[in-house]
Design a protein around this ligand. Structure first.
Ligand SMILES: [Zn+2]
Length: 241
């Protein structure tokens, strides 16, 4: 399997990557949906992480939203690892089409990769809904309670798709177009049974849908090739050995 995948990638010049939570965990981030953590947080906050990060929570209980968001999300920022470095090298060799990021931690941009579509937004992008002034993560973390704009005192908004909000059609369309142009798609730690991922990968016309993942999931059957194990080890074996 590995040798076949290696050969496919050697002959690919328009590779698209789709990155999910699995790659965040390898970069030192947390997966709030991992069952142990999920239930611990639900017990602590009386609501599950999905509800704490929902549009309803943000619009009606901002203090509670931000207490969770600051303590449990942006206090644990992952950093780019070897996987990001390999993708960056592919971009320099002009073989990367796009990275379609389905996580909120902006890892690819932090690694200096340029062709990135952050489909669900990023924690690094925060703005005032009044004057559109932007704010960084330390500003949010240092604020007492709800972070507000210096100028208009309005509550800031992280530029993320919160649960219950409509997806960003422009970004999804861009991601779907990228998939339609790719000769190979490599999924890094994302669940192929997710409808959001399928909406994008459904536009792929080839036979090289490759999944690299730490854990086996129900959606793995949708991949043409699935390799399990540490994502960075698989990436190194495919692109460097
Ligand atoms: Zn403002």
């Amino acid at each position: 399997m590995l040798n076949t995948v290696k050969k496919i990638c050697e002959n690919s010049n328009r590779i698209a990557f789709v990155t999910g939570l699995g790659s965040v965990v390898e970069c030192g981030g947390r997966d709030l949906w991992e069952s142990g953590l999920f239930y611990a947080l639900e017990k602590k906050y009386k609501l599950c992480p999905e509800d704490m990060l929902s549009a309803a929570e943000y619009s009606t209980r901002k203090e509670s939203f931000y207490s969770f968001y600051k303590k449990e999300v942006i206090s644990y920022l992952p950093e780019p690892d070897e996987t990001c470095a390999i993708i960056k090298k592919l971009e320099e060799e002009d073989r990367l089409l796009d990275v379609l990021s389905f996580n909120i931690f902006g890892l690819e941009k932090l690694a200096g990769i340029k062709n990135v579509i952050e489909v669900v937004g990023t924690v690094y992008d925060n703005y005032c809904p009044g004057c559109r002034k932007t704010y960084d993560v330390p500003y949010l973390l240092e604020a007492k309670g709800i972070p507000v704009c210096e100028k208009c005192k309005k509550a800031l908004r992280p530029n993320l798709r919160l649960l219950g909000e409509r997806v960003d059609n422009i970004l999804y369309t861009q991601a779907a177009i990228a998939c339609s142009k790719a000769d190979t798609i490599i999924i890094l730690g994302a669940d192929l049974s997710s409808t959001k991922i399928q909406f994008v990968t459904g536009h792929y016309k080839g036979n090289n849908l490759i999944l690299l993942s730490n854990e086996e999931k129900y959606g793995d059957k949708f991949a043409d090739y699935a390799i399990h194990g540490k994502i960075k080890d698989s990436m190194k074996a495919i692109f460097e050995d």
